[in-house]
Design a protein around this ligand. Structure first.
Ligand SMILES: NC(=O)c1ccc[n+]([C@@H]2O[C@H](COP(=O)([O-])OP(=O)(O)OC[C@H]3O[C@@H](n4cnc5c(N)ncnc54)[C@H](OP(=O)(O)O)[C@@H]3O)[C@@H](O)[C@H]2O)c1
Length: 253
């Protein structure tokens, strides 16, 4: 792994984002983290010489500042999510994930990097692939999800962000390549065995589970392991803890 790899992370103070920062730094990656408050960084990463902290919102940073932070990055990881409170779920910004995704991708485009930058979006199994490819969803589940997107802004936001990457960026973009990582219900715990699947594994009403540390591990693999990236770019892999179903890929011990 080239030690000079650089990754920009948004959402690094969140439950999963904290694992991402920690695991990237453990791999020797240079990390730039855009956070609302540096006081919310995990103690084990704060002060790490390979971590550059930018205290700002990814939604309000001027374009030229955002581009300055993106310049020279090999990858961008977004673990943004709406805070789980009434204000976080129903208050603005309703389009947090979509707007940040679009601003970051447009920022990369403006820089016209020599090699495409990887954009890795943390999403959810409630998000579906374009073109009806998630055939495992029955009529009832699809109707339920449509209703959920109508009622809960974060659900609609996650879907729109994934749609932006699938439809507006697409698979053959010269400057941005992407992966939308879809975990099931998030759990605490250490990195453990997990499996990664092309499509959905569990039904919406009988959910599986995914350790946040495993989501972070897979995202780090996408950054540092070229084969993993080649397998999953322009796709929406579903990641679940091992034991849920037939394995497509399992993490190395
Ligand atoms: N909960 C689940 O079971 C589950 C399952 C699958 C997928 N997901 C998805 O996974 C993603 C990450 O989930 P998580 O639970 O790890 O996230 P989380 O702990 O809620 O963290 C959210 C991150 O987004 C930041 N953020 C929130 N509102 C913001 C705003 N207005 N402006 C700038 N930054 C803002 C937070 O910053 P602060 O620290 O400053 O608040 C934090 O860094 C979400 O999109 C979620 O929908 C969740």
């Amino acid at each position: 792994m080239p030690s000079q790899q650089a990754v920009l992370v948004v959402g690094g103070t969140g439950r999963t984002g904290r694992h991402v920062l920690h695991q990237l730094l453990e791999r020797g990656v240079h990390v730039r983290a855009i956070v609302r408050s540096s006081g919310r960084l995990a103690p084990e990463v704060a002060g790490n010489p390979n971590l550059t902290v930018i205290e700002a919102s990814p939604l309000s940073l001027p374009d030229e500042h955002l581009q300055r932070h993106l310049r020279g990055c090999d990858a961008v990881i977004s673990c943004l999510g709406h805070v789980l409170s009434l204000k976080g779920i129903f208050g603005p910004p309703h389009d947090l994930v979509t707007r940040a995704t679009s601003r970051l991708c447009r920022g990369i485009e403006a820089l016209q990097p020599a090699a495409p930058v990887k954009f890795i979006l943390m999403s959810s199994v409630s998000v579906h692939r374009a073109g009806g490819l998630d055939t495992r969803r029955g009529t009832l589940e699809r109707a339920f999800l449509r209703a959920l997107c109508g009622v809960l802004p974060p659900a609609a936001d996650n879907q729109r962000a994934a749609d932006f990457l699938q439809e507006k960026i697409g698979a053959g973009h010269p400057f941005v390549q992407w992966t939308v990582v879809r975990p099931d219900s998030l759990l605490p715990g250490d990195v453990s065995e997990y499996t990664v699947h092309e499509g959905l594994v569990n039904g919406l009403f009988a959910p599986g589970s995914t350790n946040m540390a495993n989501v972070a591990h897979f995202m780090c693999e996408l950054v540092t392991a070229p084969k993993t990236w080649a397998n999953w770019k322009a796709r929406l892999p579903v990641i679940v803890n091992a034991g849920a179903s037939g394995a497509a890929t399992s993490r190395p011990a």
